[in-house]
Ligand binder design. Structure first.
Ligand code: ZN
Length: 292
C-alpha cells in the first residue's frame, strides 16, 4: 500500500478490505520512495496499490537505483485516484515497468468506491449492489443510451452518514449493460472514466481532455515527467507541453507535435525542460495548469 496513510481517502477502503479478506497488508505509510522500494523487494509484495502516477514514479526511482521492478514479486498493480490505469498507454507503461497486470479502480470521496475491473478487463464494472446507475447528457440532462458518451449519475445505497441521491459525479464515460465474460451483469464503463466534466479544455474550438494528452505522452517511455500549461493568446486557449526526457530528445518533440496534430487535431507547443525540474506527485497528479 504505497500511499501516505494520511487523510486522502482513496486507499483506506482498499486497506480495510484487504485486511478483512485476510490478506497480508504491508503499510507504506510514512516511508520515502526508496524505503517503499526496499520494502517491496524484502517482503516480496505481490500486489501494489497506489496511484498510477506513483507507480511510474516508483519504477523511475527503481531504474535510477539499478533495480528492475520486473524482478520483484509484484504480479498485479491496482490503481485509483486518477484515471491512468484505464488510459491505454499509461496502463501499458505500468505493466511493462512491473511485468505485472494493471487494474483500475474508481471512486470518489463524496460517493465511495463505485467501480472496479474484473479479470477480463473489459471496462469498469459499477457495483450495482451498492449504487443505482444513470447516465445523462451533461448539457440537456436527458438520459443517454448504452454506447453513447454521458455523465455518470449515482445514488449510493449503503453509505452511512453521507447518502447521495442522483448525484452528478462529473465522471464522463460510455456505459454498457451487456453481460461480461466474468458472468457479472453489472453495468460497465467502457474504457473507464474518459474524463471529468470539469477538466475539459477547449483549444481553438476543439475539446481536449488531459487524459487524451496523457495517452499520447505515455507512448514515449523516454519521457519521465510532463506538465500541461494552458494559456490565452488573442482570446484563444493554447496548449503548451513541458517534457522531461531521459537522455537525448532524439526527435521526440517532432513526433509528439505530429501526434497532437494527427490524434487531437490541435497544434501544441512542446518544450524539453531539464531533468528533475517538474514536480513529482505521490497522490493525485496536478499536471494541468492555467497560466495567465
Ligand atoms: Zn466482468
Amino acid at each position: 500500500m504505497a500511499f501516505s496513510f494520511g487523510p486522502f481517502i482513496g486507499f483506506w477502503a482498499a486497506f480495510e478490505a484487504a485486511q478483512r479478506m485476510g490478506v497480508m497488508t504491508i503499510s507504506g505509510g510514512g516511508q520515502s520512495t526508496e524505503q517503499r522500494l526496499q520494502s517491496i523487494f524484502q517482503r516480496e509484495a505481490t500486489v501494489l496499490v497506489c496511484t498510477p502516477t506513483y507507480a511510474l514514479r516508483l519504477a523511475d526511482a527503481a531504474r535510477l537505483q539499478g533495480l528492475d521492478m520486473r524482478r520483484s514479486a509484484i504480479r498485479i498493480t491496482i490503481h485509483a485516484g486518477e484515471p491512468g490505469a484505464s488510459i491505454p498507454e499509461t496502463r501499458k507503461r505500468i505493466e511493462e515497468a512491473f511485468g505485472a497486470r494493471t487494474f483500475d479502480h474508481v471512486g470518489m470521496t463524496e460517493m465511495g468506491a463505485y467501480g472496479f475491473e474484473c479479470e477480463h478487463q473489459s471496462g469498469l464494472h459499477i457495483n450495482e449492489d451498492e449504487f443505482i446507475v444513470e447516465m445523462i447528457d451533461p448539457n440537456t440532462l436527458a438520459p443517454v443510451e448504452d454506447g453513447q458518451k454521458g455523465e455518470l449519475v449515482l445514488t449510493n445505497l449503503g453509505r452511512v452518514g453521507m447518502p447521495l441521491i442522483r448525484y452528478r459525479t462529473g465522471d464522463l464515460g460510455t456505459i454498457s449493460h451487456a453481460s461480461c465474460a466474468c458472468g457479472r451483469g453489472w453495468a460497465r464503463l467502457l474504457g473507464g472514466v474518459l474524463g471529468r466534466a470539469d477538466d475539459m479544455i477547449t483549444i481553438r474550438g476543439i475539446n481536449v481532455f488531459p487524459s487524451a494528452v496523457e495517452n499520447i505522452v505515455q507512448r514515449h517511455p523516454e519521457i519521465v515527467e510532463f506538465a500541461i500549461e494552458v494559456y490565452r493568446r488573442r482570446q484563444m486557449h493554447e496548449l503548451h507541453l513541458k517534457v522531461e526526457i531521459a537522455g537525448t530528445a532524439n526527435g521526440i518533440i517532432e513526433r509528439l507535435t505530429q501526434e497532437f496534430s494527427n490524434d487531437l487535431r490541435i497544434r501544441a507547443s512542446i518544450e524539453q525542460v531539464p531533468d528533475g525540474s517538474l514536480p513529482r506527485f505521490e497522490l493525485k497528479s496536478r499536471r494541468l495548469r492555467f497560466v495567465e
